[in-house]
Ligand binder design. Structure first.
Ligand SMILES: [Zn+2]
Length: 313
């Protein structure tokens, strides 16, 4: 959907509300009190009323818009921009475009949508041949670390560690001409992590990778338990210059994500890095969805109750 189509489809608050309701009805409204799935629609109150216990919830309740005061149209414009732009944009830019006085609610709206993206992607389990490695993303120094001497390199307080996994199938000879790379990528996942201990990484792998998978990594000691988590673990000694060849997609994903973040966000706080990674992975994993992406984000938006919390001074 281009901007002209978007404007004619969603010219006002009423058209956005109507679409939001249609998607809530499609996904199904659940009563938070009794779990009942049957509701009356009270159009005068713009609320659902549970047929069993008469509990009422608003059109926004228990969705990504839970307790939001922003107009529906802001949410729709933001979802449109998030799904139609190749890169991303800052909350400051969005605030300017919406002409809204207050920065914080706009910034929070973006994070709420990214959280819904992350929840949607969490439903996918990676399987088949998987590349796994770590990336080190530049972030602001954590509050407690400020004033301390800055370490250099991988252990630096200015870097946040990110575990990256990519489904990466070898391309067979017949199809080689169509693909420039020796491997074809499907889904990817990225997780900001505090450290590279096996105790941190193992649960993420067992939760996100199917047991029947084969995982390719370097020979880091962080991965020593992988053979218990998946069918096959193939650790290899990988010299730096061979990384692009042996683990191509994790490294393409890492450098693309880094470039994107660097372009748009300055002073990235480590506690919000995951949110930006959610957006990057969500878009990457749906790169062939085209026009459907907006509808998919609407479905994600009505499906998950917001849990994003922030402290506004
Ligand atoms: Zn109920």
């Amino acid at each position: 959907m281009n901007l002209v189509d978007f404007i004619s489809e969603f010219p006002d608050e009423a058209s956005c509300k109507a679409r939001w309701k249609a998607y809530r009805d499609k996904v199904g409204v659940i009563c938070p009190k009794c779990g009942c799935r049957e509701h009356y629609w009270k159009s005068d109150k713009e609320s659902y009323e549970c047929k069993q216990c008469q509990y009422r919830q608003s059109l926004r309740a228990n969705t990504v818009m839970h307790r939001s005061q922003l107009p529906f149209r802001y949410w729709f414009i933001t979802m449109h921009l998030l799904t139609s732009t190749k890169k991303s944009f800052s909350a400051k830019e969005l605030q300017r475009q919406l002409g809204h006085n207050n920065y914080n609610p706009i910034w929070a709206m973006l994070h709420k949508l990214r959280m819904a993206m992350g929840k949607r992607d969490a439903r996918y389990e990676l399987k088949g041949m998987i590349e796994l490695d770590e990336g080190f993303f530049s972030t602001e120094t954590k509050v407690g670390e400020k004033g301390k001497k800055v370490k250099r390199g991988r252990g630096s307080q200015k870097k946040t560690k990110v575990l990256v996994m990519a489904e990466s199938e070898p391309v067979d000879d017949q199809k080689k001409k169509r693909y420039k790379k020796p491997r074809k990528v499907n889904h990817i996942k990225m997780f900001a992590i505090d450290d590279l201990k096996a105790a941190t990484i193992d649960p993420i792998v067992s939760e996100n990778v199917a047991e029947e998978s084969t995982v390719n990594t370097d020979n880091s000691t962080s991965y020593t338990n992988f053979d218990k988590l998946v069918k096959a673990h193939r650790p290899k000694v990988i010299p730096k210059e061979k990384v692009g060849e042996l683990l191509p997609w994790v490294h393409i994903a890492i450098s693309n994500a880094k470039r994107l973040l660097l372009d748009i966000y300055h002073d990235l706080k480590p506690e919000y890095l995951q949110s930006y990674l959610n957006e990057f992975c969500y878009k990457f994993n749906r790169r062939y969805f085209g026009n459907d992406l907006f509808d998919r984000l609407l479905i994600a938006g009505v499906s998950y109750k917001n849990e994003f919390r922030y402290n506004v001074k």
